[in-house]
Design a protein. Structure first.
Length: 309
């Protein structure tokens, strides 16, 4: 809710000074005062929003939109993951573990195993078929619902988040026609024709200070900033989904310690009896564990940022 300016008792009468009568307004004060409103018609019409994200390496502007999952092509992370030696090594290990080694002792024994496998396979198929008939309708409903769910997509390319240090550089990129994941939106071409640097003004709820999260958590339960931490969690979830960071999604998934932290913070912010219970839950969450977890999250997000001047 916007803060109300206090009314003076004699608002209709001019304020007088000792020499010149009616006092002149303070021009400096009027000049420094931000505009009362920002024109959001462009963003509302095209359903794309400017976003500001602060990370330990700096602060940058980008864009975000929400669209049905079925209408989006996920960002291609193949090149990014190949550049990560730790991820490449983990994938190689997983592939080795998935390989099955078959040793044939002799032809007669192999035929016997094959016959047993055929019988087992026939039984398994009948059982699976019966189960499939029961679950088909529910599975289709779940799939349709998942496809219709709106998911985040950022101004990114090949698994990298594009962050721009100035509105001017962001607008120059939008107009350049360079490849990016937002260009698949039907409103992208119109945005590239209409957007101006003056339009790059993120709303408060689209401004995320991820650089302050770890330090805030280290201060202990009494200093935790609910708004800062809740908004950081929302941004991290959006980014990890859009940029395909499964490790971060797992750390923030339901039932995790950081998800418990998020729910407790929301309870305290909502007030009432829930706030009392939320504070009790917060005391059970270790500050060190929370700060270490968030340091990992901020580090993983920072690692997939492509800074643009």
């Amino acid at each position: 809710m916007a803060r109300q300016s206090p009314q003076r008792p004699d608002a209709d009468e001019p304020e007088l000074d000792d020499t010149t009568g009616a006092a002149e307004p303070d021009e400096t004060e009027e000049t420094d005062r931000p505009s009362a409103s920002i024109d959001r018609s462009l963003w509302d019409e095209l359903r794309i929003d400017p976003v500001e994200i602060a990370l330990p390496a700096g602060t940058g502007f980008t864009l975000r939109a929400y669209r049905p999952a079925s209408s989006l092509t996920p960002t291609d992370v193949t090149e990014r993951d190949q550049d990560d030696p730790f991820l490449a090594r983990r994938q190689a290990i997983e592939e080795d573990e998935d390989d099955e080694t078959v040793v044939i002792l002799d032809e007669e024994l192999a035929e016997e195993f094959a016959a047993e496998d055929e019988d087992d396979e026939s039984t398994r198929r009948r059982r699976d078929s019966a189960a499939a008939d029961t679950d088909d309708e529910s599975d289709e409903a779940v799939t349709d619902e998942a496809d219709d769910e709106e998911v985040p997509v950022f101004l990114s390319n090949r698994g990298k988040l594009l962050l721009f240090k100035t509105p001017e550089s962001l607008v120059s990129f939008i107009r350049s026609g360079a490849p990016n994941d937002l260009s698949q939106l039907d409103s992208w071409n119109e945005l590239s024709e209409r957007v101006e640097p003056a339009d790059i003004v993120p709303l408060d709820e689209d401004t995320y200070e991820l650089d302050l999260v770890v330090e805030n958590l280290r201060g202990g339960h009494d200093t935790w900033d609910s708004t800062l931490l809740i908004e950081a969690g929302e941004a991290a979830r959006d980014l990890s989904y859009a940029l395909r960071l499964p490790a971060v999604l797992d750390m923030l998934s339901a039932g995790s310690s950081l998800d418990d932290l998020d729910e407790a913070l929301r309870a305290t912010a909502n007030g009432g009896i829930g706030a009392f219970m939320g504070r009790r839950r917060l005391k059970k969450i270790g500050a060190q564990t929370a700060s270490l977890g968030w340091r990992t999250i901020v580090g993983k997000i920072s690692a997939v940022v492509d800074w643009r001047d």
